[in-house]
Design a protein around this ligand. Structure first.
Ligand SMILES: *[C@@H]1O[C@H](CO)[C@@H](O)[C@H](O)[C@H]1NC(C)=O
Length: 238
């Protein structure tokens, strides 16, 4: 039950911001996103990487690009949007609930590593980083935290999703800054090629089970599937 609930509540919402209103558009309901790369593009991933704990000796010096010897490691990638958190105590509180519950239930074996990816602006990154430093102190499994710049991701996303945005935005405009809400549908174009599978989660969740279980959903993907979509069950989106 816990897993089902997690799935249902973790669906990404694609929304468009206007000055005075939130317009919730398609409920893309993305629970699980898989990447299948065809290997042509090797893009320079514009992120700031910060390793909060050295988990394996072979990982080098903690620079931006990680090129570890991961042959023996199974990686579990989770991505969360964490932006505009500065001065937003409500969002900060939710983030702490989401992350502390995630970490509390998380369990991984030797040879496995949890990768937490955050898409953030500078101020939010600072806030997230501080919270994670506290929340991760007792973690007993291997993990890695990466913060990705929302500005740089938006820059790269916009040309890719612009055409789509037009059809899912209220009003006539295609707003540059809205492009980031389409991240889930174009992640395979902009994330590092070594990431084959990633789960995108909202931060207004409370986890009740081991996040690792969610990755079992990938076993239900037919070969060639690039995305997993589930029904949004919250009445507000119906
Ligand atoms: C870490 O463990 C200590 C000792 O058991 C506990 O007091 C503290 O609350 C834990 N911190 C977190 C973030 O779970």
């Amino acid at each position: 039950m816990g897993l089902i609930r997690l799935l249902l509540t973790s669906m990404a919402r694609v929304s468009a911001f206007r000055s005075y209103q939130f317009v919730f558009l398609i409920v893309a309901a993305l629970a699980v996103v898989a990447f299948y790369y065809f290997g042509t593009e090797r893009q320079n991933f514009s992120t700031t990487t910060r390793r909060m704990k050295q988990t394996q000796a072979s990982y080098g010096t903690g620079s931006d690009v990680i090129t570890p010897d991961r042959a023996a490691t199974t990686n579990f990638h989770v991505l969360m949007m964490f932006t505009k958190a500065d001065g937003n105590s409500g969002l900060q509180r939710k983030m702490r609930i989401a992350l502390s519950s995630l970490l509390q239930h998380a369990s991984f074996q030797d040879g496995e590593q949890l990768h937490l990816h955050f898409v953030s602006d500078d101020a939010s990154k600072g806030i997230g980083h501080q919270a994670l430093a506290e929340l991760l102190v007792n973690a007993t499994f291997n993990y890695e935290v990466r913060f990705h710049s929302v500005i740089k991701l938006t820059e790269r996303l916009f040309p890719i999703v612009k055409a789509m945005q037009k059809h899912f935005s209220a009003g006539s405009g295609t707003y540059y800054s809205d492009a980031i809400f389409f991240l889930s549908v174009a992640m395979h174009r902009i994330m590092p090629a070594d990431i084959k599978r990633i789960v995108q989660l909202d931060l207004d969740l409370k986890h009740r089970v081991n996040i690792r279980e969610l990755f079992e959903e990938f076993q239900n993907f037919p070969s060639g599937a690039v995305i997993g979509i589930a029904h949004e069950m919250q009445p507000v989106y119906r």
